[in-house]
Design a protein around this ligand. Structure first.
Ligand code: PA5
Length: 426
């Protein structure tokens, strides 16, 4: 169970006063009759996911692992952040798995794109192109370039066998390409939006190629549904209420804090989930993320003494995957023998306690504490589901549709007009 600790938020919150609101929002999620209700397919996905497709994902991943050096994951936003977050969190940042995962299609930077193309030119690579619409410019352009390189290397027919697509079942430009060239295809269900799609083929195929036990991850989602899909005694809803209260109390920024560098991308996924879901109609918390103790040496000063705009949500992993012991040194010139024999986890946790005291008691920064027993595939699945439920609760408390992103279209339309895309020139 993910524990939510509200003892450090510097105020009392009357949870009982939210009973009616929670019942209302819970019913909107369960009955799917609130704004965006058509996109609630993720909420009961543990019960509805396509078991046959899961087996196909696992065997396709095995084939990719056995036959390729690199998998190019070509997608942007919700079409890649979940997989990236999970792969970093579970495999670490210095993994030396035999298949290298490279993220592509998430930028228009010519330098990055060229670097990747030059790098993969002499590697045996496969492509997993992920796009629900199939028309997202960043992804579509990158896919065209990667496909072109692959076809020049191995020919059109062989290339088609190395391309795996995840897209809508019934419509879109990518679906048309799949049909024409016969790419193996996986489905992003119509009732699930990108940022809620990590449990679908969008997240699962790259994760399985990275060697992650996707069945355990899905089991975590199932546990999540049992624990956070209920109206009462629901820690995910409690977290949603606490952040809502802090927003109302005048804190417009929430900073997600972890003490694990391998969770930086989880912070990126979390930022998209909450930012794109909640930031509408000139309301909503600005989601930010930081990694401690690293960022205590950069942002720490601002958090402690800068403008009082933010609260922290600190995610603790109670039992890390491993530990490292500080060794004895005969000379002790660095003065560290007082830590001799101690694990770095112990030191990290003391840094956590000291920081909490400093930020809360001196800096007067409210802290919500979340804790997870351990971060394995199952735990991560549970955590991601927890955040998705909390996000839906937060948005509906503000009467915001959690599942659309109308604001994102504004830049796209301008860019298309400036680029002279047919249909956008006026
Ligand atoms: O969460 C979302 O809906 C978005 O971030 C999309 O995933 C992102 O814009 C990519 O869209 P598409 O999958 O259609 O290429």
């Amino acid at each position: 169970m993910i524990k939510v600790n509200a003892k450090h938020i510097l105020r009392d919150v009357d949870m009982a006063s939210y009973e009616k609101e929670v019942a209302r929002v819970h019913s909107l999620i369960e009955k799917r009759d609130g704004p965006g209700g058509d996109y609630l397919g993720w909420a009961h996905y543990p019960e509805t996911y396509d078991k046959e497709e899961l087996e196909r994902i696992i065997s396709c991943a095995k084939k990719i692992r056995e036959n390729y050096e690199v998998l190019l994951v070509c997608g942007i936003g919700g079409s890649y952040l979940g997989a990236r977050a999970a792969i970093d969190a579970l495999n670490g940042l210095k993994g030396n798995d035999k298949v290298e995962i490279i993220y592509f299609g998430q930028t228009l930077s010519p330098s990055y794109v060229k670097q990747v193309l030059d790098y993969i030119e002499h590697k045996k690579f496969a492509i997993n192109v992920i796009s629900k619409s199939g028309t997202t410019t960043e992804t579509a352009v990158a896919f065209r370039l990667a496909r072109d390189l692959l076809e020049r290397k191995v020919g059109k027919e062989e290339a088609a066998k190395s391309i795996f697509a995840t897209t809508d079942k019934e419509k879109g430009a990518l679906l048309q390409l799949c049909k024409k060239y016969g790419y193996e295809r996986f489905v992003l269900p119509a009732d699930i939006g990108g940022r809620y799609s990590v449990f679908t083929a969008v997240g699962l195929l790259p994760m399985a190629v990275a060697g992650i036990d996707v069945k355990a991850f899905l089991h975590g989602m199932q546990i999540g549904l049992e624990r956070y899909g209920v109206e009462k005694n629901n820690p995910a809803y409690e977290y949603g209420i606490l952040r809502h209260e802090l927003y109302k109390a005048g804190y417009p920024v929430e900073m997600l804090v972890t003490y694990e560098p391998s969770l930086v991308q989880l912070g990126e996924w979390w930022k998209q989930l909450f930012g794109e879901s909640e930031g509408k109609e000139h309301t909503g918390l600005l989601p930010d993320a930081a990694t401690f103790t690293t960022d205590l040496h950069s942002l720490g000063q601002f958090i402690q003494e800068g403008s009082p705009v933010l609260f922290e949500t600190v995610l603790d992993i109670e039992h890390p995957a491993c530990d490292v012991i500080v060794p004895h040194d005969v000379d002790d010139l660095d003065g560290l023998n007082y830590l001799e024999g101690k694990g770095l986890d112990y030191v990290n946790k003391k840094a956590h306690d000291g920081t909490l005291q400093a930020h809360e008691e001196v800096g007067k920064v409210p802290n919500i504490l979340l804790s997870l027993d351990k971060l394995d595939a199952e735990g991560l699945g549970e955590l991601m589901y927890f955040f998705m439920r909390a996000c839906a609760m937060s948005c509906y408390l503000n009467d915001i549709n959690p599942f659309n992103q109308p604001g994102v279209e504004v830049y796209k339309k301008n860019m298309f007009r400036l680029l002279g895309k047919p249909g956008y020139t006026k």
